[in-house]
Design a protein around this ligand. Sequence first.
Ligand SMILES: [Zn+2]
Length: 260
Amino acid sequence: MEFTYRAYRDLLSLLREQGYAFRNYHNYEAVCRCVILRHDIDNSLSQAVKLAELEADAGVCSTYFVLLRTDFYNVAAKAGQEALRRIQALGHEIGLHFDEAFYGPALKPDEIIQNIIKESSLLAALLETAVTTVSMHRPSRSSLEADYHIPGIVNSYGKTFFQDFKYLSDSRRRWREPAEEIIRSGEYERLHILTHAFWYHEEEKDISQTVGDFIRLANQERYRQMAENITDIESILGKGEFYCESGHLSATLFSLDGVF
Ligand SMILES: [Zn+2]
């Protein structure tokens, strides 16, 4: 499967054709044949917004998990808030993407649970809506095996979502199993699919292009941030060297009405 929007749209169509109802972590039990779509936002909120819009166009709702403990984006800043509210307005749920590495290696299970509750409350305060779902960012083996029960919060790494569901993931831009074949086979009643919006574009890009473009784009973004915080930046430093001639990256950056 390609990592393009067209291919992702086709994946949604295939799920529908095969009779899978699109459900979330809270309402799947009423339906036998269903799929839960999950997206972990590890790097880029703007690409998550694009995928959220694509899904909404296709009449599909899913869950987007956001990190609080990351240097890549800031969910408390204006652009971050706009991105998350846009995703919510499209009908999707926002959950917490929890990075246990922030706390160091010696965290006990009850401390992990307490920190998930604390971070969910922080995110809920920022969003002014309840946050009732969590996924783990690069979970340790012990977290994968722990089956944490967290009061008021569904753990997407709970045993249910791996034992009662067929789990498929595009982590590191590679499907571990042939997702389309598995969906087409109809072999599994319940599917749990993790995709990362970061890997998907209008045209296919390989992993080096994807990561490289993202790093280069960061210079433009930083230039824009400086321009917003210092008078007449062009008299200090022209933007030419930060904006590529083709405008290709600029077009990517500015295609979201100021949401980055
Ligand atoms: Zn992650």
